[in-house]
Design a protein around this ligand. Structure first.
Ligand SMILES: [Zn+2]
Length: 297
């Protein structure tokens, strides 16, 4: 194994440990704390296609949903990644093409918020489209169906695949990313009661996973545990104008302070909305969900 391969393996081992300890959401400070032979190797850098000086090929590709490139997942496990600039032969683009030809595993850093990334590893470049100025990147579970059937025969890659990637990671990624995005959008408040305790908050789906609801901020609501359950159980609903409605029979019930102050008094209030209108709940999704609530009465 060449020097790049050796260091790369160490990096993947170390980063997988960090993911086990913390989660797939890691900050820049941690990503840049890897040390090899007394030298710090940054895994995230000033460029989207990042090659530390110690390596021959890029180690990571980063994308920013608010940036100028239209990068993003085109399916559960494949994404488009734009070239840097518009010159297919710019050195960073050339290196990524070379990484594709050699089946070199990379890290994909998906920016979630300032200084925070969802870490995907390993990912591989599987397609190059100079006319569209972009690459296609695959996460592990599509490699067997990709255009490169020989990829699994490489012992180094097989090792990476067995050791570091499971389907559960993928599941966790969607849940954790969704939670981070939603809680950030609501600045860690329950949209109904404004409770501000991150550990008591959930990212609730408006349209559920099971019904094909996507893990997007606009399909989410930051809700405390009680209001999340009350919403899921149709004890209260939110109409497309963002007004909370408590189910009639529950409104008339007599019980302790939790019911009175925690549920009944919310009736007719408007939910707290994210500052950015692009992050507010999708009214069509709310309307669909509200129909279900009405039927529960
Ligand atoms: Zn609440």
């Amino acid at each position: 194994m060449n020097e790049d391969g050796k260091i790369r393996l160490k990096i993947f081992e170390w980063l997988s440990d960090q993911i086990r300890i913390f989660s797939n959401v890691l900050d820049t400070q941690l990503l840049n704390s890897f040390v090899y032979l007394d030298e710090r190797i940054f895994l995230q850098g000033s460029k989207g296609i990042w090659k530390p000086k110690q390596l021959q090929f890029p180690i990571s590709i980063a994308s920013d949903p608010e940036g100028k490139y239209s990068d993003g997942f085109i399916s559960e496990s494949m994404l488009h990644y734009s070239y840097e600039g518009t010159d297919p032969n710019l050195w960073t683009n050339l290196l990524l093409r070379e990484a594709m030809m050699r089946n070199i595993p990379l890290i994909y850093l998906q920016k979630i918020s300032k200084g925070k990334y969802f870490v995907h590893l390993p990912v591989y470049i599987i397609k190059d489209e100079p006319d569209k100025l972009r690459f296609t990147v695959a996460a592990e579970n599509v490699i067997q169906f990709s255009e490169k059937p020989n990829i699994l025969e490489d012992p180094e890659i097989r090792y990476l695949k067995q050791e570091y990637v499971t389907r559960e990671v993928k599941q966790r990624m969607y849940q954790q990313t969704f939670r981070e995005l939603v809680l950030d959008a609501y600045k860690d408040h329950c949209a109904i009661c404004s409770l501000r305790h991150r550990e008591l908050l959930d990212a609730a789906h408006i349209k559920s996973d099971a019904e094909g609801g996507k893990p997007l901020v606009t399909n989410g609501l930051s809700l405390c545990k009680i209001h999340h359950s009350a919403f899921d159980q149709n004890i209260l609903g939110i109409n497309p104008d963002y007004i909370i409605e408590v189910r009639r029979d529950v409104l008339e019930e007599i019980d302790g302070p939790m019911l009175k102050y925690g549920i009944q008094e919310m009736h007719g209030n408007r939910i707290i909305l994210p500052h950015s209108s692009a992050k507010r709940p999708d009214r069509d999704l709310l309307a669909q969900r509200y129909e279900m609530f009405k039927k529960a009465i």
